[in-house]
Design a protein around this ligand. Structure first.
Ligand SMILES: Nc1ncnc2c1ncn2[C@@H]1O[C@H](COP(=O)(O)OP(=O)(O)O)[C@@H](O)[C@H]1O
Ligand SMILES: Cc1ncc(COP(=O)(O)OP(=O)(O)O)c(N)n1
Length: 288
């Protein structure tokens, strides 16, 4: 398998067993975010996607109406079942809902070798709320995220609301992204990516990556569209797919940024509210 996923698979590669990636995330009934977005990104990056479902949301383009959690031991059992049989080349988290689920995920990932002390890179996307402001994580679970998962993470990918909730650092200008990256990095991940989508007054979307020593700016255009549902999930999944294919973290994150830029550029309206970013542009148009 080629380490660079920024191209279509050749016809020979399409018959090989692809690298394996696991998402530990909630379902989105509207099909825009959560594990649906993750599986789409994995597929279109040439990676076999596996799921450990944490919660089922009742969600549409207008927001999250409700969710039910999967029992923590069932979440852990899904992780152990797929990794024990199939193996895993990289994993990511999305909506984790509760402290009990986070605790179970941390223990299961540690057991199967996902994370800093294991062999499979681990991307922790600290999903706290939907873009409409509906909570996807109980308030008392923030400590568990910080204390149990961040120290295991190869990379964490907070948006600016999540930075504020996790560290208290408020970001309202591009110049403040470095303070946010330092504060998040102090919580223990190897790499920290601060996403700038919520800096809506900035004419560009420049994300900031930090490894504890060096800062790497990830420039990008800001597209004038309200339809960015699932953008964070799609980016974290594209990064995870690149890591599963063997890319180093810096290269994987640069790929994830290019991938989500294209996905936002191709986003579409759906329902009466906010539509999703799109991965359709990655699908071959070859007739079957
Ligand atoms: N309107 C936009 N145009 C281009 N890129 C965007 C836009 N909104 C968000 N992004 C990018 O999408 C990714 C997800 O960002 P963000 O919206 O901050 O995260 P989340 O979806 O987790 O809230 C980042 O790379 C960000 O820069
Ligand atoms: C089930 C589920 N998981 C995550 C999200 C949030 O998705 P994300 O891509 O982080 O951001 P927004 O689409 O909310 O901007 C979700 N809504 N549902």
């Amino acid at each position: 398998m080629n380490a660079l996923p920024g191209r279509a698979l050749s016809s020979d590669e399409a018959w090989e067993t692809p690298p394996r990636a696991l998402t530990i995330a909630g379902s989105d009934s509207a099909g825009g975010a959560g594990m649906h977005a993750d599986i789409r990104a994995f597929l279109t990056c040439g990676v076999h996607g596996m799921t450990a479902v944490t919660a089922v949301t009742v969600q549409n383009s207008l927001g999250v109406k409700d969710f039910v959690e999967i029992p923590a031991e069932t979440v852990a059992a899904q992780i152990e079942a797929v990794v024990g049989d199939i193996g895993v080349d990289a994993a990511k988290t999305g909506m984790l809902a509760s402290a009990a689920i986070i605790d179970a995920v941390a223990k299961a990932c540690h057991k199967v070798g996902i994370g800093q002390e294991g062999t499979a890179p681990f991307v922790v996307d600290p999903v706290a709320a939907s873009m409409h402001g509906d909570p996807l994580l109980h308030a008392d679970a923030l400590n568990a995220l910080r204390d149990l998962l961040f120290p295991m993470a190869t990379l964490v990918t907070p948006n600016l609301d999540e930075v504020r909730l996790l560290t208290g650092v408020e970001v309202s200008t591009r110049a403040q992204l470095a303070d946010a990256a330092r504060a998040v990095h102090a919580l223990g991940p190897q790499w920290t990516l601060i996403k700038s989508g919520h800096l809506t007054q900035d004419p560009e979307c420049v994300d900031l990556l930090f490894d504890g020593t060096e800062f790497y700016e990830l420039p990008g255009a800001r597209y004038d569209t309200p339809h960015t549902h699932g953008g964070g999930d799609t980016m974290a999944s594209a990064i995870t797919a690149a890591l599963a294919r063997g890319a180093p973290v810096l290269e994987a994150v640069r790929f994830g940024k290019r991938f989500v830029q294209r996905a936002v550029a191709h986003s579409y309206p759906l329902g009466a509210g906010v539509g999703p970013v799109s991965t359709f542009w990655r699908i071959s148009t070859t007739p079957v």
